[in-house]
Write a protein that binds this ligand. Structure first.
Ligand code: ADP
Ligand code: MG
Length: 591
């Protein structure tokens, strides 16, 4: 067989080149397949009738969620291209905060179309360029469809927040959580910069106990642990002057690996006395400024407060909240309008914040906690008395101790109200009857907050329920035809390229959103999408499917609206990601 022989020179080169390309094609196809697999994994979670996922982590924790970003983030993904889809969802989470499932579903559909085109022999670069053009056009179409919204139009904001909550596990609470999210975001808008919102100014605290119905917005500041009770310190202070300190109220330590050996008792007494004087000196300085509430940052160097200093602070009638996290300092100082103090020498009255009342309050019941405390004390005395099988007892003790810590932390909170010159921050206290619901409520609230933030950044709304996607698909189809008819040869060549590769495909594939929404709701996706296409062809731009009612209607009238930014960023990020995957032709492992 002469044809099969590898001839050195021209013919052989051709054969080799062919093999080389095959490998590249294989890698591209493998990447696409991996990406599609990831998209398929979250597809069923799209929309109000989408399914939830139960994620189980290596250390036995369970998470129930419907949020695309969370599902993908927790998934163990190894294939590099599949990881890009995980990153894609993350970027959507950062840019828009909602639409994290949508973006991956769109990317999956794009990949499927690319696979078909590549199979037909279209060059990846051609597809990639066409995709880019088409996505820009799609964003244009969406922008043209959008209706402007004012921030004073609270109702519209609430509607869009509840659309995003509709598809969550906690959807039955959307009538409570949506207005809460809107108020929280509107509250933190800085009049000097009306177009941006920093969501770090909205603090979401979780508390076990009650139901999600008990979730509330708090005017003031809340610490999710109790005040120090050592030596009977105060737990309620009126006309509070609050100091936020980042230094330690404890005697200084020697440097690492240095010892001071004290041999006689008089010396020892002197050291103790010095320590006491040192602490007393500090507390006098603190008290002199009129400070009566002290917030102490957690320290890693040495104990931020010791029993001795707590004792003296209690004597000085100063309420102490210890273990304030480093990352909360900024929020606290902004809320209380006070300055964090890094050194006792700088402790001055003008740095303090003021509030009408700071008090420790109980949320939920404390019975579990006290029982655990009792039992852990019993176990400890048992261990001390008998000394035997210490390890087993010890583990029991530490388990009980942990339960006690957990529950007691859940029972009391410290609340500051009536803050003078309070900064623009908001605290939302989310309640839930179990940790799974609580966590999901927090995640869903985050989505709702992000939706409102999107509307502050870009004040446009569009319809949900697949309406914009169908419209984009229709208009892109029409656009492709006009491109086809252009005179110039170059443009026509490009238009042809678009027609084969990009536009009609983007047009087709955007129907993936309504298709999947219908499919997840148990409706017939093909007939729904066909019906939608017909209606849109007749000029009913806002016709979509109302999943809750299972019918095709004007979706704007059904109050299913979402921010423009969510849809546009989903389309542009998804195309960006797919173009990147298309352009990869090799995977190289590095050390
Ligand atoms: P994502 O994580 O992408 O936000 P969701 O599960 O929240 O995914 O689903 C969002 C999609 O569901 C959007 O396309 C939105 O338009 C649609 N949607 C939400 N509520 C409804 C509804 N009541 N009827 C129809 N579609 C809805
Ligand atoms: Mg959503």
């Amino acid at each position: 067989m002469p044809g099969a022989q590898v001839v050195p020179g021209g013919g052989g080169g051709k054969t080799e080149k062919y093999v080389d390309n095959k490998r590249k094609d294989d890698i591209r196809m493998a990447n696409i397949a991996a990406g599609k697999a990831v998209a398929d994994a979250v597809r069923t979670s799209l929309g109000p009738r989408g399914m939830d996922k139960m994620l189980s982590t290596a250390n036995g924790d369970v998470i129930i969620t419907n949020d695309g970003a969370t599902i993908l983030n927790k998934m163990e993904v190894l294939q590099p291209a599949a990881k890009m889809l995980v990153e894609l969802s993350k970027s959507q989470d950062i840019v828009a905060g909602d639409g994290t499932t949508t973006v991956v579903v769109i990317a999956g559909a794009l990949l499927r179309q690319c696979q078909i085109l590549l199979g037909m022999g279209v060059h990846p670069t051609v597809i990639s360029d066409a995709l880019h053009k088409a996505s820009e056009k799609a964003v244009e179409v969406l922008t043209a469809m959008a209706v402007p919204v004012e921030l004073s139009d609270r109702e519209s904001l609430v509607k869009s927040a509840s659309t995003s909550l509709n598809s969550k596990v906690v959807s039955q609470y959307s009538s409570l959580l949506a207005p809460l999210a809107v108020d929280a975001v509107l509250n933190v808008i800085d009049p000097a910069r009306p177009n941006s919102v920093d969501l770090r100014d909205v603090k979401v605290l979780k508390k076990l106990g009650g139901t999600v119905d008990d979730t509330e917005m708090i005017k003031g500041l809340v610490f999710d642990h109790k005040a120090s009770h050592t030596a009977g310190g105060p737990t309620r202070v009126e006309n509070a002057k609050i100091g936020l300190i980042q230094f330690q109220v404890s005697p200084p330590k020697t440097d690492i690996e240095q010892n001071v050996i004290v041999s006689d008792y008089t010396q020892m007494d002197r050291i103790l006395k010095e320590e006491r004087n040192y602490i007393l000196g500090m507390i006098k300085k603190i008290k002199a400024t009129g400070c009566n509430v002290l917030l102490v940052q957690k320290s890693i160097l040495r104990d931020a407060v010791t029993d001795l200093s707590l004792h003296y602070l209690a004597k000085a009638k100063i309420l102490v909240v210890r273990d304030v996290e480093r990352e909360d300092i900024e929020f606290i100082s902004k809320t209380l309008n006070c300055l964090p103090i890094a050194n006792i020498e700088h402790f001055r009255a003008e740095k303090l914040g003021q509030a009408d009342l700071v008090e420790e309050i109980h949320v939920g019941s404390g019975s579990v906690s006290s029982k655990c405390m009792l039992s852990s004390n019993v176990v400890r005395s048992f261990v001390i008395l008998h000394g035997t099988s210490y390890t087993r007892m010890n583990s029991l003790y530490s388990a009980l101790h942990r339960v006690r810590r957990l529950t007691s932390a859940l029972v009391q909170i410290v609340k500051a109200t009536g803050i003078k010159n309070m900064g623009r921050t908001t605290t939302i206290l989310v309640k839930g009857s179990n940790a799974l619901v609580l966590d999901e409520a927090e995640r869903s609230l985050h989505d709702a907050l992000c939706v409102v933030r999107c509307l502050v950044n870009k004040r446009f709304l569009i319809a949900g329920g697949g309406a914009p996607e169908i419209e984009v698909s229709r208009q892109l189809g029409a656009w492709a035809k006009t491109l086809h008819g252009m005179e110039s040869y170059c443009v026509r060549a490009f238009a042809e390229a678009l027609e084969v590769s990009g536009v009609p495909i983007v047009g087709m594939l955007l129907t993936v959103v309504p298709y999947t929404l219908a499919e997840n709701a148990g409706l017939n996706p093909i007939s729904i999408v066909t019906e939608l296409r017909n209606r849109h062809a007749n000029g009913e731009v806002n016709t979509g499917i109302n999943i809750r009612k299972g019918q095709i209607t004007n979706i704007l009238e059904e109050n299913v609206v979402q921010p423009l930014l969510v849809s546009t960023s989903a389309i542009s990020l998804a195309t960006e990601c797919v173009r990147m995957i298309l352009k990869i032709d090799d995977i190289v492992s590095t050390r």
